[in-house]
Design a protein around this ligand. Sequence first.
Ligand SMILES: [Zn+2]
Length: 236
Amino acid sequence: MNPVTQLVIANRILAHEEVVDAYGHVSVRTEAGFLLSHSKAPSSVGAEDILEFDLSAQPKTQERRPLYLERFIHAAIYEARPDVMAVVHAHAEDVLPFTIADVALRPVIHSGAFIGAEVPLWDIAATFGERTDLLVRNMDQARDLAKSLGRNNVALMRGHGFAAAARSLIDVVRMSVYLPRNARAQRRAMQMGKLKPLSRGEIEARTSGYKPDSPETQRAWRYWAERAGCAHLLKP
Ligand SMILES: [Zn+2]
């Protein structure tokens, strides 16, 4: 399917599943950069809003519409990680406590396995001091975040949100939908008693057999697209 259409669907899904609200964004890699909307709430992003950016986060064609302030996040992750094909940045509320408290976010439910065994926490103040507005406004800050992400799938951002990276658009959407649910389950479980997170073996077993084009994954994509009111954009 056309990558622009896929990205429109991804925007609508993430908005409807409340991973993003007026803020937050999703991108997909192209041969020499990435596709991302201009600055617009993901719930109303259409094909005409999608622009191509280079790996310094500049639009490839002249653009008068405002751009996302934090588009650098996408550029720096693609630059650092040739294996990454799609990126989400969001401020999902259920994830936020884990960006503040001294408690590691762990995969605790089967659908949370995709976040991986380690979820690093990036603190912008560690490198850039205590006078930033917490937003990732340039390549230096974004590269520092990408460094913290390392080879992992998700990095939490202190007092702000998360960045997720995956090998396909459907993977990153899936991970971003289940990340807040995993966080919610972990927080509730911690109120009840001791946690038993997924083991490395369970995470590997869950993720190694996963295929973005499998009927199970396509079922979820269609389900989310229908809920988001954009199933008409899917292939018949
Ligand atoms: Zn942000």
